[in-house]
Design a protein around this ligand. Structure first.
Ligand code: ADP
Length: 397
């Protein structure tokens, strides 16, 4: 089956065409600056050159039309005609408590996703625009929604409840939801395979460390805790997000700086994290190289990052009363040996040992722990699009 995977943001749209039988990515690309000047589409067929073209895209429907045009282009297209698309898989960000698995999209589902808009006001409306644009251009092609939050619906109440008045949970759904579901699910399944255990009998900790970062504890095939919360702001130090902070500090900063809550949230989401602490960049590579050159703030940012990851992993080992495998994934997790080494140093007491040579490999699936390490540690490149294509094919079949 040819599955078109769509990840639709408010002004961008990423896509991949995946053959669900061979699991090969036949083409991929990105539409940027939708609804703005100089919008452009980048398209790359599996065995061809990447092409970038400026093309007006007043809305997402036009973006999808251009995606279809690129996919069916006579010379470079991966398909002969639109009729070869068997299904569309949409990445959907927030399914609240309504969705604990992927679903075939129908009008009822769209309505239920809309009801979660308050929980993800930037992402969910954009996801729905993407669904409607596909529906308008491919009315007879089945569509599936794969939620970032769904796998975490198995968390127990002790992990997802905040210490706020219970009525906020009851009335407004204020609780931890967690994100990066496709990645945590893809990587934890693969980790269980690699250590030769059944998914239903394996304790895994997935460290998804990218621009946005989260950690997930997967016990016996179920997410039992994760570091992001009601929103993706909770937890680790990220590229521009603060992660955990004492809520009392917000009032203090707002008074001192004479700023309102909206500005405070912009600071926590866009001006904090690596960028805010180091003052150098939101990109881990820049911060690390500044730290290596002796920049103290950059070093502090990296240290906070390593320490928080280690504390969270340690907490999840306690939560599961053990761990069989720890997996690193995403931009930093897959590529940065120094980060992996620094984090794993905290676990020497547990008998975790890292093989320096294996750990220096980049971006490939590899066991980086030594054969006598008490817990196996892997780098597993994530593939969220493939996960979405698999879920889509399974439901459409
Ligand atoms: P997103 O959350 O946007 O999907 P990614 O998973 O692509 O992010 O991760 C982006 C992060 O990965 C950036 O901070 C970048 O610095 C980091 N990164 C990519 N390559 C390397 C590398 N070789 N060494 C260290 N960090 C890297």
């Amino acid at each position: 089956m040819n599955i078109l995977v769509i990840n639709c943001g408010s002004s961008s749209l990423k896509f991949q065409l995946i053959d669900s039988n061979t699991e090969e990515c036949k083409a991929s690309g990105l539409c940027e600056r939708i609804g703005m000047d100089e919008s452009c589409i980048t398209y790359k067929p599996a065995n061809g050159e990447k092409e970038k073209k400026v093309s007006p895209m007043p809305d997402h429907k036009e973006a999808i039309r251009l995606v279809i045009e690129a996919l069916t282009n006579e010379k470079t297209g991966a398909l002969k005609s639109l009729s070869e698309i068997d299904a569309v898989g949409h990445r959907l960000v927030h399914g609240g408590e309504k969705f604990n698995k992927s679903v075939i999209i129908n009008d009822e589902v769209i309505k239920a996703v809309e009801e979660c808009n308050d929980l993800a006001p930037l992402h969910n409306p954009a996801n729905i625009i993407g669904i409607n644009a596909c529906k308008a251009l491919m009315p007879n092609v089945p569509m599936v929604g794969v939620f970032d939050t769904a796998i975490h619906q198995t968390m127990p109440a002790k992990a997802y409840l905040y210490g706020t008045p219970y009525e906020y949970y009851e009335k407004y759904g204020v609780r931890k939801y967690g994100f990066h579901g496709s990645s945590h699910s893809f990587v934890s399944k693969r980790a269980a395979e690699l250590v030769g255990k059944s998914y239903e009998d394996c304790k895994t900790i997935v460290c998804h460390l990218g621009n946005g970062s989260s950690i997930c504890a997967v016990e016996n095939g179920k997410s039992v805790d994760t570091s992001m919360g009601l929103t993706p702001l909770e937890g680790l130090l990220m590229g521009t997000r603060s992660g955990d902070i004492d809520a009392g500090a917000l009032e203090y900063i707002m008074k001192k700086e004479n700023i309102d809550f909206k500005e405070m949230m912009t600071i926590l989401n866009k001006k904090s994290g690596f960028l805010g602490v180091s003052g150098v960049s939101s990109d881990c590579r820049d911060v690390e190289s500044a730290a290596a050159d002796g920049n103290e703030r950059a070093k502090a940012a990296m240290d906070v990052f390593f320490y928080r990851v280690a504390k969270t992993v340690g907490g999840y080992i306690a939560a599961m009363n053990g761990v069989d495998v720890i997996a690193f994934t995403a931009g930093i997790g897959e590529n940065d040996k120094h980060t992996r080494e620094e984090i794993m140093k905290y676990f020497g007491y547990m008998g975790i040992k890292i093989d320096a040579e294996k750990n220096s490999l980049r971006g490939e699936e590899v066991m980086i722990s030594t054969p006598d390490s008490k817990v196996k540690v892997y780098v597993i490149p994530t593939n969220e699009e493939l996960k979405i294509a698999r879920e889509t094919a399974a439901l459409v079949k």
